[in-house]
Design a protein. Structure first.
Length: 239
């Protein structure tokens, strides 16, 4: 015979509910965006550049022959801006290829040109990605005025129409002396350096701003670059 249900006293407490875990907080980042620290929180303050360019988000192409100091100047300028700025060196990106690297010093051929084009596209993609996230960038490359296919036109296509090109062109003796201090595949023969420097002279009369840093140190040259870029923002060069 089934047992009758026992009525519960009105004052009896209801059975305890199963414990509920608090809901997980929503993820603040679902896109992979990396938050940047506030500007000015670097542990060691450094002299700033950017009094001329201010807080503008820029894409800069620093052009020059081997030994001009473009990589050093570009990095120095990027490190000392008041806003986030990246430095992208074409030579560094080209040398990401380890096995099978086509060294132009062994001869400019279809393989070295293909790797150069690939590196430039990679640099352009990186630059656009930085710019889309509000980070300025400065690229450096030995762009020749007589090679439009792999020169300025290519950089403009890959980075964008707002790219600001500046030429760094010290005297021949200066680039020969600086090249002699290099090692590995970054060091060229004197004949190659002289030939490259001669071709770079074609930028005179092009309308692009040219900085002769023969007698200037890196700090001074970077400040000159910032001033040139400030003028280019106000009156963009036609190229």
């Amino acid at each position: 015979m089934p047992h009758a249900a026992v009525p519960r006293h009105p004052s009896a407490a209801p059975p305890a509910a199963a414990p509920r875990h608090p809901p997980a907080p929503p993820r603040a980042d679902r896109t992979g965006q990396v938050p940047l620290p506030p500007v000015g929180t670097s542990p060691a303050p450094v002299p700033e550049h950017g009094s001329g360019t201010g807080t503008a988000t820029l894409a800069v192409l620093l052009i020059g022959p081997a030994g001009a100091g473009k990589t050093t100047v570009a990095r120095h300028w990027a490190q000392r801006r008041r806003v986030p700025t990246a430095h992208i060196s074409l030579d560094d990106v080209r040398e990401w290829v380890c096995s099978g690297f086509a060294d132009p010093q062994s001869g400019w051929n279809e393989h070295s040109e293909a790797q150069y084009r690939l590196a430039r596209r990679t640099c352009g993609f990186a630059a656009r990605n930085f710019l889309a996230n509000g980070i300025s960038c400065i690229l450096d490359d030995a762009v020749f005025p007589d090679r439009p296919v792999v020169g300025l036109g290519g950089w403009k296509r890959h980075v964008g129409p707002g790219l600001l090109p500046v030429v760094l062109l010290p005297g021949l003796e200066v680039v020969l002396e600086r090249n002699a201090e290099r090692s590995g595949n970054r060091r060229l023969s004197d004949e190659e350096v002289a030939a490259i420097h001669g071709r770079m002279a074609g930028w005179y009369g092009s309308g692009l701003p040219i900085i002769d840093n023969s007698t200037h140190d890196v700090e001074t040259t970077a400040r000159m670059l910032d001033d040139v870029l400030a003028r280019a923002i106000a009156s963009p060069p036609a190229w």
